[in-house]
Ligand binder design. Structure first.
Ligand code: PLP
Length: 402
């Protein structure tokens, strides 16, 4: 008998299962609204032009290929100082101390931060929104960090349960970590307004909580990096200490390169140095150092004003395509549906996702009858929709909702 015999089967990943079922379907109108990855109007993956340019440059510099340029040592945590777009080019100038550490995309940054919390804030809870990206619970469970939920989604309005959110953050034990989606909340597509962010910051400050931003979609909410960073800049401008787990997966289309950054903003440089030393230590024992290729791509784009501008333009185009299919889907629904149902949530939601409020049985109808694939919580990714298929999706919705 094998000594691995007692290991039970892990449950299948809910999102990967959706993609596999989609692949096996050969209907011409099929739609994969399950995966949160950007697609072109032809529903194909997109490689950004700036990424192509920079990759050619990197491959032409053979001396750059396999070691960090900074040192003979190959650990590349601080490979490029201007690496982080959330902070370094605006907020650090205001003398807020922070550590930008390259990390293994958004997930790796969250997991690194979770390890720090587990070690140095023993017993502290992380508050997560209900609902949230499915992996948050996995990550904190895996790191043995206790978590609880704060209200976020209001099914009655298909909008934000702001009073519930504030009440739950207030009721949590002092000094909890509050995980916030920096923009383009996953899975709901519902973001607080600037005034609501101020109020959230007030309560977090009153309770001496620590804000912890998951920033996986910078640029995908409004099409503008700066506008999308409003939430965390507002907290930082108050002098609050905070954590930010940043991903470059989506906004630079570098999904599989696994590149992101963990930023910890501390109120003294001494604290920042110590935090940094411990994060490096945790990383060293888990994955040693992050991959360098994605970091070089990001660094070269962010560090070159022309490429940086070109990237911003491409991001505007990507976000713009999503906004335009939202509008077309909404218009098709309004034109076809005479039931009086309020479809305006489609326009109000922001970023790739919308939370539709479809029940499991309705989702089953979407898939079995209409070949539309989505996650079981009723989330759709508008990135997987083309204008050519908006009317078809509207028909599927109307049929499934009624
Ligand atoms: N956070 C949220 C809210 C996400 O939706 C995702 C990806 O779907 C991530 C973090 C992690 O992204 P990655 O690890 O691919 O950068």
């Amino acid at each position: 008998v094998s000594r691995f015999n007692d290991i039970t089967m892990a449950p299948p990943d809910p999102i990967l299962g959706v993609s596999e079922a989609f692949k096996a379907d050969d209907h011409e109108m099929k739609l994969n609204l399950g995966v949160g990855a950007y697609r072109t109007e032809d529903l194909q993956p997109y490689v950004l032009n700036v990424v192509k340019k920079v990759s050619c440059f990197i491959y032409s510099c053979s001396c750059l290929l396999h070691e960090s340029v900074l040192c003979v040592y190959y650990i590349c945590f601080e490979y490029v100082l201007k690496f982080d777009i959330t902070f370094s080019y605006k907020i650090c100038r205001q003398k807020i101390l922070c550590w930008n550490g390259e990390s293994i995309s958004g997930t790796g940054s969250l997991r690194l931060a979770a390890a720090l919390i587990e070690r140095y804030f023993t017993g502290s809870k992380v508050l997560i929104s209900s609902p949230t990206w499915g992996n948050h619970k996995n990550i904190f469970n895996d790191a043995r960090v206790p978590w609880s939920e704060y209200r976020y989604y209001d099914p009655k309005t298909v909008g934000l349960d702001f009073d519930g959110m504030i009440a739950d953050i207030k009721a949590a034990p002092e000094g909890s970590f509050v995980l916030l989606h920096g923009c383009a909340h996953n899975p709901t597509g519902i973001d607080p307004t600037p005034a609501q962010w101020e109020r959230i910051a007030d309560v977090i400050q009153e309770k001496s909580h620590i804000p912890f931003f998951d920033f996986a979609y910078q640029g995908f909410a409004s099409g503008c990096l700066d506008k999308d960073a409003l939430s965390m800049r507002l907290f930082a401008a108050r002098g609050m200490e905070l954590l930010i787990a940043q991903s470059y997966g989506k906004n630079m289309g570098l999904y599989a390169e696994r590149i992101g950054a963990l930023n910890v903003v501390c109120s003294s440089s001494e604290d920042a140095k110590r935090v940094k030393s411990q994060l490096k230590r945790i990383a060293r024992a888990t994955y040693s150092s992050p991959p360098v290729h994605g970091a070089r791509i990001v660094a070269n784009v962010v560090g070159n004003p022309d490429l940086f501008n070109e990237w911003k333009e491409e991001m505007e185009l990507m976000a713009g395509r999503i906004t335009s299919v939202r509008k077309k889907l909404y218009d098709s629904l309004i034109a076809k549906d005479n039931s009086g149902k309020d479809w305006s949530f489609i326009l109000k939601h922001i970023g790739m996702f919308s939370f539709t409020g479809l029940t499991e049985a309705q989702i089953e109808n979407m898939t079995s009858k209409w070949h539309v694939y989505m996650t079981k919580d009723g989330r759709i990714s508008l990135a997987g929709l083309s204008s050519a298929k908006c009317e078809y999706l509207a028909d599927a919705f109307i049929d499934s909702f009624h």
